[in-house]
Design a protein around this ligand. Structure first.
Ligand code: CP
Length: 291
């Protein structure tokens, strides 16, 4: 795999291989320090991030790579340098793999065209977040043994969510049953069934995957959102006995999820964060093999 721009590049065998590789890394073996020794990985984040950037940097270091970080704040962009010149500058320093986040759909593909370098999409606009989908399916496999047959309800601001776009595709490819729920104006046209209420979601789902209301992308939060579509302790108590709660973060506590649920026994939210490192190690290792 030269680059990872979209989760749809990966068929079920690719996904299963990457998941298996991530789980091997998560369980501590094999020795990973030589996998990317001598390689330089650059993280180019034109939009804020905590989880994705830090976990890519940890993943690259655990594979023995050198890591350089570009963040918009404090960069020469403040002096008027263009995005293309910024990207070409980092590539000219010898970075062979560029991990790119940007608010514009399609920006990582443009970076690949400009530089001919390996590019990993770390989230572009409302389009895709493929490594989030990978860490989510790794989390499900580690919890349930497999993804096939799981009923996963994705709830909330689906239409603004690059996380949902990539996750729906990965789950579908791996044979999960995907359900969508949320205010009608936030649900995209799709072939996935829609669940009409949060009470119905908790009745049927093995996984309740909550999404952040993305006010920065135009989603308007109504006063009644938490009561109608939020997951609180009372609703969570009605979930199936083995059912779990997931969220890609950052969370709006008190909006899509209550404190009790976010910090409760059903929550896999910190497992998702932890699995971000081995999942990204697996992706970097695959890309590294094609350098
Ligand atoms: N889930 C996710 O992409 O989080 P960050 O914005 O913190 O990277």
């Amino acid at each position: 795999m030269k680059s990872l721009i979209s989760i749809s590049q990966l068929n079920s065998l690719d996904l299963e291989r990457i998941i298996e590789r991530a789980i091997v890394f998560a369980e501590g073996g094999p020795d990973s320090q030589d996998v990317l020794r001598g390689a330089t990985i650059a993280t180019l984040f034109f939009e804020p991030s905590t989880r994705t950037r830090l976990s890519f940097e940890l993943a690259a270091r655990r594979l023995g790579a050198d890591v350089v970080t570009f963040e918009l704040a404090g960069s020469a962009a403040a002096k008027g340098e263009s995005e293309k010149d910024t990207v070409l500058t980092v590539a000219a320093m010898g970075a062979q793999v560029l991990v790119v986040r940007h608010e514009t759909d399609g920006f990582p593909a443009r970076v690949a065209d400009w530089t001919q370098r390996a590019v990993i999409n770390a989230g572009d606009g409302q389009n895709e977040h493929p490594t989030q989908a990978l860490l989510d399916v790794v989390t499900l496999v580690r919890r349930f043994g497999e993804v096939e047959g799981l009923r996963v309800a994705i709830v909330g601001d689906v239409s603004h969510s690059r996380v949902a776009n990539s996750l729906m595709s990965a789950l579908d490819t791996l044979g999960a049953e995907v359900l969508l729920a949320g205010p009608g104006e936030w649900l995209p046209e799709s072939h996935f069934p829609v669940v009409e209420s949060m009470d119905d979601v908790v009745d049927v789902a093995d996984v309740v995957y909550l999404l952040r209301v993305q006010r920065e992308r135009g989603a308007e939060l109504t006063a009644g959102y938490h009561a109608e579509w939020g997951l609180d302790a009372k609703r969570a108590a009605a979930m199936r006995s083995e059912a779990v709660v997931m969220h890609p973060g950052p969370m709006n506590r008190g909006v899509e999820i209550s404190d009790e649920v976010a910090d409760g026994a059903r929550s896999l939210i910190l497992d998702q964060v932890a699995n971000g490192v081995p999942a990204r190690m697996a992706v970097l290792a695959e890309v590294g093999e094609a350098l």
